[in-house]
Design a protein around this ligand. Structure first.
Ligand code: ATR
Length: 280
């Protein structure tokens, strides 16, 4: 669709943003559905975040938020949806008649990608989340919302696992364990999700949990996305487990944002194809 005086702006704010694949993915998705928007990456230093939000609310339909602004932006918004509120971080803003509403689509994106790619009765799932940071909060809250049977949280720093387990205990059965003592929880889980950065470049030869604890029938999910599978996923596959990579979450969290801005269903397979190509 040509850019005209009717075209409106969407985008991304972060610092830095030059590595982001979102503009390619979002613009292709917008073009394919003939939506009257363009999506641009904006490098916004923390010191000017407030001023940028003040201006954007008058001109933009909405924007994505990435590191380091996901928490810092909250005081400058007018409303938060319950995911953003519970997770304590915003990755998407929608402007409605000058009101800036903050959303967090990471957790919903994760659950949607599970539903698309994995055969699993979520209401019967015993989940082990490895890690207790921002990504764990997003995934944990969304899994609790869809009603998984139980959630265990294993983390190097036990106090953080406890805090997250306490937070989620309003919705489902939870427990917290230290990462080096989580063998029983790994063995008992139907779904294991790595939300830590262990396995991410340059630590590609590290594992957050021992591979000898993993068995067939389990689903191993890793939020890290490399073109190659992480060591954790490779080891899990060797042991017969079903593996779920971080690509689906990247696609679906963007798709939920797209739907909030345009009111149209996002072209998932096109977005997946573009992201996969650009992350090679
Ligand atoms: P994110 O927003 O990506 O979740 P984060 O909030 O910094 O990032 O959380 C990082 C998570 O990875 C934490 O659970 C962290 O464990 P601690 O709470 O003990 O710091 C975990 N993590 C990072 N490096 C780790 C490592 N080398 N071994 C084990 N856990 C690690």
């Amino acid at each position: 669709m040509d850019i005209t005086s009717q075209t409106r702006a969407l985008g991304l704010i972060g610092h830095p943003v030059s590595h982001s694949k979102s503009p390619e993915m979002m613009n292709a998705a917008l073009r394919s559905l003939q939506q009257p928007y363009v999506y641009l990456a904006h490098d916004v230093a923390p010191s000017v975040l407030e001023e940028v939000v003040r201006g954007f609310r008058y001109t933009m339909r909405g924007w994505n938020v990435t590191i380091p602004h996901k928490v810092a932006i909250i005081p400058f918004l007018d409303e938060l949806d319950h995911y953003a509120q519970e997770i304590g971080a915003v990755n998407t803003v929608v402007v409605r008649e000058g009101t800036c509403v903050g959303y967090n689509t990471d957790g919903i994106g994760y659950v949607r990608s599970l539903q698309e790619e994995v055969e699993l009765e979520l209401s019967q799932a015993r989940v082990l989340i490895v890690g207790a940071g921002g990504a764990a909060r997003a995934v944990g809250y969304a899994l609790a919302q869809v009603g998984v049977k139980e959630i265990s949280i294993a983390n190097r720093t036990l106090a953080k696992a406890k805090a997250l387990a306490d937070h989620l205990s309003r919705f489902t059965m939870t427990q917290a364990v230290p990462l080096d003592q989580c063998r029983k929880q790994v063995e008992n889980a139907t779904l294991i999700v790595n939300t830590t950065s262990v396995g991410m470049f340059p630590h590609v030869d590290e594992m957050p949990i021992s591979s000898s604890w993993i068995s067939a029938e389990q689903i191993m999910s890793d939020l890290i996305y490399h073109p190659q599978e992480t060591l954790l996923l490779q080891e899990a596959k060797k042991r017969g487990a079903f593996i779920h990579t971080g690509l689906g979450m990247l696609v679906h969290q963007a798709a939920v944002a797209f739907e909030l801005w345009t009111g149209q269903q996002a072209p998932i397979s096109l977005m997946r194809q573009i992201l996969k190509q650009s992350l090679k």
